[in-house]
Design a protein around this ligand. Structure first.
Ligand SMILES: Nc1ncnc2c1ncn2[C@@H]1O[C@H](COP(=O)(O)OP(=O)(O)OP(=O)(O)O)[C@@H](O)[C@H]1O
Ligand SMILES: [Mg+2]
Length: 392
């Protein structure tokens, strides 16, 4: 207990961001959501641990928190799948403290697919508007793919994060997707219809312009992400490991000092070099769609060589870094949902996650309840209900 008291105090210090607004999920009530017929759960201002055996509903409860905050499921589930088997509707209600005001989010899910999203009694046109009053970042065991998986996993992270923070990025991404489809159609079809080639220079130029914008934003985002993830990873591994993220993009684009004109020039050069190869292969070989983030721990490529616990630490550091960037931009820390993150971590890394992982509000699910810091709310879940609830 004493040990945790000491570390917990340091967390409180870190947790107080200057000028940050207080936003907190107080209570969540569920009706016919997943395996919950009815649930009424309260959350601690800092740390809540959702414990229980396999298959009892821990991930479902975290999913409900994420849904109430962002308007969508972290696993991309449809409403129909989240309604309790055999029922036709589900209701989620979240009570939130937002800068000394009480805010309620209510989501009515129906198996017709028609959703009603309500904030403080008023219908919202878009579910993602919930994020204005409660945002969340979720970490699940699948996020290990950030380290172990292919480049598309890491590009997805970039696209998701930067789109949320920069509407211009989302526009460039939509433009990229449209033009990429056109260019691919030309590259695949020119042998049958050589007239298609007439349109290629125009698509190419427009795609280079969209990609230069994407690469410009990505370069500065990865720089911020790398710096924060490096510190978090070092902290979590108690200084034994150094995490390095390096943005890999088109040759000749200076990612340290990104400049759109320089990036566009590099893309144009590369495009010229690979023109014949693109025609021969029928594929786009240049551009933002080939970007990646190289992840190394102590100088070795994490994707190939990191142990399970090291890879998990690196993925967690990246997610926590994402949350810190969002906190800076939004002026408030998003609710942090950590699903099953403690398994595979050694004692020292578990302690980091439980006490110093981040400021703001945190909900962690776990099968094995170890030593717990004070003022933690522990919700023990059994078969879609609360078996026990204690505050340490
Ligand atoms: N729409 C639904 N209606 C009823 N039950 C569902 C629905 N969707 C999922 N379930 C059930 O919810 C149960 C609990 O799932 P959940 O993933 O939350 O468990 P968990 O406590 O996180 O387990 P683990 O420790 O293995 O991760 C599963 O047995 C699953 O079949
Ligand atoms: Mg689970």
């Amino acid at each position: 207990m004493c040990y945790y008291n000491k570390v917990y105090k340091s967390q409180i210090k870190i947790g107080k961001m200057r000028g940050a607004a207080v936003i907190m999920l107080h209570r969540l009530t569920l009706a016919n959501f997943r395996n919950y017929a009815a649930l009424d759960a309260e959350f601690a201002p800092r740390l809540t641990i959702v414990s229980g055996a396999n298959g009892q509903g821990k991930t479902n409860l975290l999913e409900a928190c994420y849904l109430a905050a962002t308007g969508r499921s972290h696993r991309g589930s449809r409403d129909r799948e989240m309604i309790r088997f055999g029922e036709s509707d589900a209701v989620l209600r979240a009570e939130i403290e937002f800068d000394n005001r009480e805010i309620t989010h209510e989501l009515r899910l129906s198996n017709t697919g028609r959703r009603v999203n309500i904030r403080n009694g008023s219908k919202l046109r878009r579910a993602d508007a919930f994020a204005e009053t409660l945002s969340a970042v979720m970490f699940t065991p699948d996020d290990l793919n950030l380290v172990r998986g292919g480049a598309d996993e890491r590009r997805r992270l970039l696209d998701r994060c930067i789109s949320q923070l920069r509407p211009r990025y989302a526009e460039a991404l939509a433009e990229h997707t449209r033009l990429y489809a056109h260019k691919t159609r030309v590259l695949r079809g020119w042998r049958e219809n050589s007239g298609l080639l007439d349109a290629l220079p125009e698509f190419n130029n427009a795609l280079i312009d969209a990609d230069a914008r994407l690469i410009f934003y990505r370069a500065s985002f990865v720089r911020k992400l790398a710096e924060r993830a490096r510190v978090l990873h070092a902290d979590c591994s108690h200084g034994t490991e150094e995490l390095a993220l390096t943005y890999k993009t088109v040759r000749g684009a200076d990612t340290e000092n990104p400049d759109r004109a320089v990036i566009a020039h590099a893309l144009r050069e590369r495009s010229r070099e690979l023109y014949d190869a693109e025609l021969a292969s029928g594929q786009c070989l240049v551009g933002a769609r080939r970007d990646d983030i190289e992840i190394a721990i102590n100088g070795t490529e994490a994707r190939k060589y990191a142990s399970q616990g090291q890879a998990r630490t690196a993925a967690l550091a990246v997610k926590l870094a994402e949350r810190e960037i969002m906190a800076d931009e939004l002026g408030r820390a998003p609710l942090l949902l950590l699903d099953d993150v403690l398994s595979e971590l050694d004692e020292a890394r578990r302690e980091f996650v439980l006490t110093r992982s981040s400021g703001g509000q945190v909900v962690i699910s776990t099968c094995v309840l170890g030593e717990t810091p004070p003022n933690t709310r522990i919700i023990e879940i059994q078969n879609g209900g609360i078996a026990r609830c204690i505050i340490t």
